[in-house]
Write a protein that binds this ligand. Structure first.
Ligand code: NDP
Ligand code: VSD
Length: 359
């Protein structure tokens, strides 16, 4: 009996001691595998955060649609100041020539050229393709395309002419699709380039009076995100800019029909100068940032609405993670104040209507 017990315990002792040695390679394998998995996960997390190489504007060919006025003209000037060759695209030839003269004042060398092309970016794709081809023949392949041609209408949903909804979608959305489509193949072949879409803060938040305008600016974000995922491996970077109200002929035109509600709500973000807005937009496009915002409200709106948009730096990603809850809290107060503006305006209107009737 006792000899049997001694035998079995000897076996377990033997197994125990030896199994350590037997397990060691497995343990080592497990540790190595864990390291590999951790490393791969880290690479996955970091890979979208690697910042692109900045684009050199000196000698680059920049096409600016809507370059004859307002923000577009200021973007052209900003690029010209950094040594770029410019193609201005818009419909009105006189305004184009006037803008060309203004841009040329900022030359930094005597080789720089400003080319003007008159075309409607929204009506016919083959026309747009043709003029881009002409521009590339004269000034070389496009390094940066700025889609800034656009227009706006504000007014209550039922008061905006039905045609306007289509028109805004055509100019603001398709007018950005066509030029982009015309430059993308060459950019992919050259494995370099920048595409910029000028959206608006009204492309991040839907506001009273912008039922026709906002959707056309929101659409650009969907286009930009999808396109960026396709062309990132070709070293092409997309930027979407979301400016607040900016002092331009376009804004003056829009203000003629702007409802009081829209005016009061937009005042939250204030009015910017187009040259300041252009400076920020060009800096972000050169760096290849997906998002370009102006001012503290713009910063908050962008962090809050980042959704699944690409990140272009580690700090940007971290800032979004840390600030999102706080900004949502602030946003609730803003939304409350917008609602009360709308309510107050409605009450005021009804009161003045009643007073008019009594008279
Ligand atoms: N100003 C603002 O408050 C803000 C503006 N934005 C956006 O920025 C962009 C520029 O605005 P802003 O500078 O105010 O505008 P402007 O009205 O001052 O200039 C618009 C430019 O676009 C051109 N354009 C308009 N329609 C067409 C078309 N169908 N084909 C070709 N060119 C066209 C115009 O030239 P032409 O008429 O001769 O064709 C002009 O050069 C717009 O997309 C706007 O929505 C965003 C946020 C705020
Ligand atoms: C944390 C949350 C912060 C929220 C801040 C909200 C601020 C809203 C202001 C919106 C202004 C819209 C300007 C549209 C400009 C435009 O595109 C037209 N003028 C074109 O002509």
């Amino acid at each position: 009996m006792s000899s049997e017990e001694g035998f079995s315990s000897a076996i377990t002792d033997w197994l125990f001691i030896n199994s350590w040695w037997l397990l060691l390679p497995f343990i080592m394998l497990l540790v190595v595998a864990a390291f590999i998995v951790a490393f791969v996960l880290l690479l996955y997390m970091i890979s979208p955060l690697i910042s692109p190489k900045p684009l050199k504007l000196n000698g680059a060919h920049v096409v600016v649609t809507g370059g004859s006025s307002g923000i577009g003209k200021c973007i052209a000037i900003e690029c010209y100041k950094q040594g770029a060759f410019i193609t201005l695209v818009a419909r009105d030839e006189e305004k184009l020539l006037q803008a060309k003269k203004e841009v040329e004042k900022f030359a930094i060398n005597d080789k720089q050229v400003v080319l003007c092309i008159s075309v409607d970016v929204s009506s016919d794709y083959s026309q747009v393709e043709n003029v881009i081809k002409q521009a590339q023949e004269k000034l070389g392949p496009v390094d940066m395309l700025v889609n800034c041609a656009g227009t706006s209408v504000s007014g209550k949903f039922e008061e905006v002419e039905v045609d306007r909804f289509k028109k805004l979608m055509e100019v603001n959305y398709l007018g950005s699709v066509y030029p982009t489509r015309a430059v993308i193949t060459t950019m992919k072949e050259r494995r370099m380039g920048r595409i910029m879409f000028v959206s608006s803060q009204a492309g991040q938040i839907g506001l009273f009076g912008y039922t026709a305008y906002s959707p056309s600016k929101f659409a650009l974000r969907g286009l930009a995100e999808s396109l960026q995922m396709e062309i990132k491996p070709y070293n092409i970077y997309v930027t979407v800019a979301y400016p607040p109200d900016t002092d331009t002929p376009g804004l003056a035109e829009e203000n003629k029909t702007k409802p009081l509600e829209t005016k009061l709500i937009s005042e939250t973000s204030g009015v910017c100068q187009p040259d300041q807005v252009a400076k920020i937009i060009v800096r972000d496009a050169v760096q290849g940032n997906f998002n370009s915002s102006v001012g503290p409200d713009g910063y908050m709106l962008s962090a809050l609405t980042c959704g699944m948009s690409p990140v272009t730096s580690i700090t940007e990603g971290l800032q979004q993670i840390v600030t999102m809850g706080l900004f949502r809290t602030i946003a609730l107060f803003y939304l409350g104040s917008f609602d009360s503006i709308v309510r107050r305006c409605m009450i005021q209107r009804e009161q003045s209507k009643a007073a008019n009737k009594r008279e």
